[in-house]
Write a protein that binds this ligand. Sequence first.
Ligand code: PEP
Ligand code: MN
Length: 457
Amino acid sequence: MNTPDRSLHPVNLPREWTTTSWRERPALQLPQYPDAGELASALQELRGLPPLVTSWEILALKQQLAEAQEGKRFLLQGGDCAENFAECSSEVISNRLKVLLQMSLVLVHGLRKPVVRVGRFAGQYAKPRSTDTETVDGVTLPSYRGDMVNAPEFTAAARHPDPRRMIKAHARSAMTMNFVRALIDGGFADLHHPEYWNLNWVGHSPLADEYRHMVNAIGDAVRFMETLSGAEVHNLNRVDFYTSHEALLLPYEESMTRQVPRHWGWFNLSTHFPWIGMRTAAIDGAHVEYFRGIRNPIAVKVGPSVTPEQLLRAIDVLNPEDDPGRLTFIHRMGAAHIAAKLPALLDAVRRDGRRVLWICDPMHGNTEATSNGYKTRRFSNIGSELEQAFDAHAAAGTRLGGVHLELTGEDVTECLGGARELTETDLERAYTTMVDPRLNYEQALEVAMLIVRKQAQ
Ligand code: PEP
Ligand code: MN
């Protein structure tokens, strides 16, 4: 039987919120669709399409995030900066799943607590940009805003925002979800067989020994428990996998915001765990207005310019009932700023006794350009921001409950450093991201090991 839904009585929902009330607020980072009729017809079609996730899954994740707030779980959130339609393929999806599974294995083993796995996938198709237009050789065109909006090629036709792309994004997200669910249901995540997750190209990785050692230790533990109990240890052949994306393109998100028969209120059924990006987190803006009325667990990116007062105000608006699991803050300060900026925020929230889950995105504050023109991130800065984050939380009496990473299971060379010490010239070999540089498989695993080492101190 399904348990009754008693959390947060509907009486407390702000009266004036509707799925469209965001339209009365300033909305940043949205494309200008030239043809209102085309937009309306695409949105109408979307409203009739099935959801990608269910309210039961959303509330189950919220419960797990509430446990992470209490230190009983650790959140691993990761995936591409931007998914793209062309890479909605079996290999890319399964490789990304493999990396996340391997990282979670390292974290479970090292932290001795369950890990909540959330992919940045099945909907991560819309991107905020620092400028609305791009100029090349005297030609100015709209910026690329993700495959859900337009295409990356530098032509007027490609950069034209096309509302039909939202329907394609919905379909690609559904295909991704379907394949992930099928893999998981088929035993892909079975702890008895972590060898399923091996990726060919890492055969000679400098990290291979450490990883293999962990896999063997876990295999021994599983067999030991099965011997003791005389039965198969339950739940080791199935793990939960949740999805997340930046809910940036509000017309799309609105069309996926639905009511369901057995739960009150409104759910964004395009993803389990949407987040608000740093550029659209203004308290009186359209994105915060939209987010405050949905029942999903939600996250907000917190950059170095946010003040303690702004953060407390955001809690008032987004989680007025102090609902467990509802609100996550993803701080992304940069290795050079975190020590100066984070402690005051942690103090303010702790002193106010507010319930949030703190996680660290050590990627977005550490982006730089190389002399040969690549947008990159140094592994040393990523590691340093993470280590400083653990220290800042320890000093403030708060808890770092997870990480948010941009990573891929492909053998890319986009971030500098790591165990293989990638250099600026290596970036030329396999730099394929459309937007931000991602950790490759090996660098991602190395981050998981770094977290475990730091926590063991
Ligand atoms: C992102 O997560 O890809 C992103 C744009 O992050 P932020 O909003 O933190 O800049
Ligand atoms: Mn990014």
